[in-house]
Design a binder for this molecule. Structure first.
Ligand code: WQD
Length: 335
């Protein structure tokens, strides 16, 4: 069962799961995605996908789905993820991300499903003292979105301690970008993109006039923010590796993993790479820093390599080429 399976990372993960022979069911409430993305997965994989339009805040409808099925594990993507929006609407974020997860855990226990891959985020590390970031680094939150992810991590840790029957992989994503190489599925923000890569690709396709670069006075290589960008297909494969790990003898009851490339790329470096990959100029203007942004963040992904046998292979050129192909083939996204 994949919650939030019609979203950006969800669709790419479902495709990898289906291609690996996993029997996948999806639930989604389409709050940040559209049904067309599921049609695309079926076309790409040649397989039918069972889908339920369900909101995880509605526990009864979750129960109905589990009652009618025989799931062995859950990959949990469903949740809200816009930092700025979470500051304006904190209760909505706690209801979706925390209450929704509590509902899911309850129903999973009820139906004896105790293998869970949880979609967490590097945002739980706050502003790290040193780099690269390791899984045991201190965690903190500076906004309700990050707080909701941190709360769920603590809930999962306590659950795993209380009942070691649970096998939980907690995947902390760095910056997922790019699209499947077919250009058939990709990132489709329902509004003005908050994140850098979709904004750049909308400028390249002429949907946005210019990019605003949020500050160039950070203590980094060129003054702009540095992040660990990871291709969404590498990230999707990380979920398959985490799922396999949960079925293995050495699976711990709660296990965090950084899913990143371990390399920092600045905003300007990404803009240049995208211009090369797309052949399009990306006009930009340097404006003030965005409140809450940190200067630099990138992963130490050794633990995932050692325990999951997973590492990212695709580089910035692939990320930009694949993001551009998706955007050029789908100038208005899935609509
Ligand atoms: C990347 C860099 C910006 C947009 C966020 C969430 C995190 C996770 C991933 C969910 C920064 C700069 C951005 C723009 C810019 N989401 N930027 N102009 O902030 O690292 O992480 O998305 O889990 O929780 O916090 O990603 O893509 O927003 O920003 O200059 O229009 O690009 O300042 O340096 P971020 P981002």
């Amino acid at each position: 069962m994949v919650t939030g399976g019609s979203g950006f990372i969800g669709t790419h993960t479902c495709l990898e799961l289906i291609n690996a022979g996993v029997n996948v069911s999806i639930i989604d409430n389409f709050s940040n995605s559209v049904g067309e993305s599921l049609e695309r997965i079926e076309r790409l994989s040649g397989k039918k996908v069972s889908f339920y339009e369900v909101d995880i805040r509605n526990k009864n409808s979750l129960q109905e789905v589990f009652k009618a099925s025989d799931f062995s594990a859950v990959i949990h993507f469903a949740g809200l993820k816009a930092v700025g929006e979470s500051v304006s609407y904190p209760v909505r974020y706690y209801q979706n991300n925390v209450l929704g997860t509590l509902n899911l855990l309850d129903v999973m226990s009820q139906y004896n499903v105790r293998k869970l891959v949880f979609s967490s985020s590097a945002t739980v590390y706050g502003d790290p003292e040193t780099l690269p970031i390791k899984e045991f680094f201190p965690r903190s939150a500076t906004n309700p979105y990050g707080q909701s992810k941190l709360m769920v991590e603590h809930i999962l840790e306590d659950l795993a301690k209380a009942d070691p029957e649970w096998k939980i992989a907690c995947l902390r994503y760095f910056n997922p970008v790019g699209a499947h190489s077919s250009g058939m599925i990709g990132e489709d923000p329902q509004d003005i993109p908050n994140n850098l890569m979709p904004y750049i690709s909308q400028v390249a396709v002429g949907k946005r006039e210019k990019l605003s670069i949020f500050g160039n006075d950070y203590p980094t290589v060129d003054g702009t923010g540095v992040r660990d960008y990871i291709h969404v297909t590498d990230l999707a494969k990380g979920h398959l590796a985490a799922l396999n790990y949960l079925y293995s003898e050495q699976a711990e009851s709660f296990s965090p993993f950084n899913l990143g490339r371990g390399q920092g790329i600045s905003v300007l470096q990404l803009v240049n790479a995208f211009e090369k990959a797309s052949g399009r100029k990306i006009p930009y203007e340097v404006v003030n820093r965005r409140p809450g942004d940190i200067a630099a963040c990138y992963a130490d992904a050794q633990r995932a390599k050692q325990l999951l046998g997973w590492k990212a292979h695709l580089g910035v050129e692939d990320m930009c080429k694949d993001a551009w192909r998706w955007q050029e083939m789908n100038p208005t996204g899935y609509k």
